[in-house]
Design a protein around this ligand. Structure first.
Ligand code: KG4
Ligand code: ZN
Length: 342
């Protein structure tokens, strides 16, 4: 029997609804982005984000069902991002999902946003276990060991800024519009690595990261140049920052691959769209003779198809939520999915 999941993602500034069959077949994946609204403020304004989700979510659901050629009655379950994310934004998706589940009497799944980013790799490929995922997004930087379906163990994390957050802050200093990560990436392709950016924690005896010092190094270089009346070469600064960040991510990932002896590496999250990171991680295939999964670009940034992809495993494991009880959570543990109570 086919399991058709209607998935809803509204954790930040994208309202997205997707219909995913059996965790693999993406029948529709509509993404309504608010980037054009937030970029004039230089970042996501939470109050505006939640209001915009309310305005478009019903329309996005209709379009998604239409494209999938499905009716609500044909849907097997409703799956929504429960957290982590901006609470006002999450609440919109969660309340719509609860209402649909209650009215249609369909099972409800409250999915973890990062589980979604990781399972994005399971859409066009097959995750095997144990596997290691490097999660890099606007709010997260984690090395995650996957022992089985939805069985996550965080082995390393950032001590301060998330990598996407550091990219966005550096982009602002370089007068690039929000979200700046992709723009820093693009600019770096025109530059050479001439500025000295510290590779924070690169040799530390663990799998943790720190990006705030790298971001501050960029800010200091810009300030010092200004004070001396010198101009900076933005392309070179972008390239130097990108090299430093990617080198640390690469080295810590390699250490974990070796230490845990894993056979598959997964790149996940919005920063998985980064050209240099994709290239270096792909090289792990040759270096370690392992299989590397990197999602298609459309499944790297926030989207509901990835939520439907992981939702299928919640469904298989009977991890459902009561539509009268499920609540949005701005912070939510990735490690407690298999043992949680509701
Ligand atoms: O996963 P995502 O879409 O949203 C969150 O869950 O945070 O990630 C968005 C983040 C932003 O910080 C954005 O600047 C960054 O991913 N990003 C990139 C690239 N594409 C997106 N950072 C560096 N290089 C890129 N190519
Ligand atoms: Zn995300």
């Amino acid at each position: 029997m086919n399991i058709n999941i209607l998935a809803i993602e509204s954790s930040c500034d994208e309202t997205s609804v997707s219909v995913v069959r059996n965790g693999k077949e993406v029948l529709s994946n509509i993404v309504s982005s608010q980037i054009n609204i937030h970029k004039k403020y230089g970042g996501v304004v939470p109050e505006i984000a939640s209001r915009k989700h309310i305005e478009v979510i019903i329309q996005v659901i209709s379009e998604s069902l239409q494209e999938a050629k499905m009716t609500l009655e044909e849907i097997s379950a409703i799956c929504v991002t429960q957290g982590p994310g901006l609470i006002g934004s999450l609440l919109v998706g969660v309340n719509v999902a609860k209402t649909l589940s209650y009215l249609l009497n369909k099972p409800l799944i409250g999915a973890h946003h990062i589980a979604g980013h990781i399972y994005a790799s399971n859409i066009d490929n097959q995750i095997i276990y144990p596997s290691l995922a490097l999660v890099v997004s606007g709010g997260h930087t984690e090395l995650v060991l996957l022992k089985g379906e939805l069985d996550f163990h965080i082995i390393g994390t950032t001590q301060d800024d998330a990598v996407g957050e550091a990219y966005d802050k550096v982009a602002r200093q370089l007068d690039l519009e929000y979200p700046g990560g992709p723009k820093v990436d693009k600019l770096s392709k025109l530059g050479i690595d001439t500025y000295d950016i510290p590779r924070a924690m690169i040799d530390s005896d663990d799998y943790n990261f720190s990006f705030s010092g790298m971001k501050s190094a960029v800010i200091n270089i810009i300030h010092n140049c200004k004070q001396r009346g010198e101009s900076i070469i933005k392309e070179n600064l972008a390239k130097s920052f990108q090299n430093a960040v990617v080198e640390v991510l690469e080295k810590k990932s390699k250490r974990a691959i070796k230490d845990f002896g894993i056979k598959q590496f997964i790149l996940a999250g919005g920063v998985a769209g980064n050209s240099e990171l994709r290239k270096r991680v792909k090289n792990f295939e040759k270096i370690f003779d392992i299989n590397v999964l990197i999602p298609d670009m459309k499944y790297c940034s926030d989207n509901a198809a990835m939520i439907g992809a992981c939702g299928y495993y919640y469904y298989k494991k009977n991890i459902f939520s009561d539509p009268l009880v499920l609540n949005a959570k701005s912070t939510l543990s990735l490690e407690k999915i298999l043992t949680r109570e509701s």
